[in-house]
Design a protein around this ligand. Structure first.
Ligand SMILES: [Cu+2]
Length: 120
């Protein structure tokens, strides 16, 4: 193979491999959950229960009735124990293991601020 052809081939391989790299992460979704619901109980998560695929990310966005936090039962690494005070503050966690994850907001747990993430 000539040097020129070799370079062309290397460029082709790069283009093809970057295509495959770009396709995979695009299939993972980010699902938003409001902390402080607009509908129903304002001291709640909206939606209260979501179903996602493993590898997807949940993004909790501070909406109203702050402060809030997110404590996922038995999963320190998926929790954000610090309080969110400002509207628009957000926290993301990526769920890689299928299962059911119950979570709550510490100051409002008694008021029913609980939620669930189902990972398929
Ligand atoms: Cu709360």
């Amino acid at each position: 193979m000539s040097k020129k052809l070799g370079l062309l081939f290397a460029a082709f391989v790069l283009v093809v491999s970057s295509f495959f790299v770009a396709v995979n992460p695009a299939s993972a979704a980010t699902v938003e959950v409001k902390m402080g619901a607009d509908k129903g109980n304002p001291l709640g998560f909206e939606p209260k229960e979501i179903t996602i695929s493993s590898g997807d990310t949940v993004k909790w966005v501070n909406n109203k009735m702050a402060p809030h936090n997110v404590v996922v039962a038995g999963h320190e690494e998926l929790s954000h124990k610090g309080m969110f005070f400002k509207s628009g503050e957000a926290f993301e966690a990526t769920f890689t293991e299928p299962g059911e994850y119950d979570y709550w907001c510490d100051p409002h747990r008694g008021a029913g601020m609980v939620g669930k993430v189902v990972v398929k």
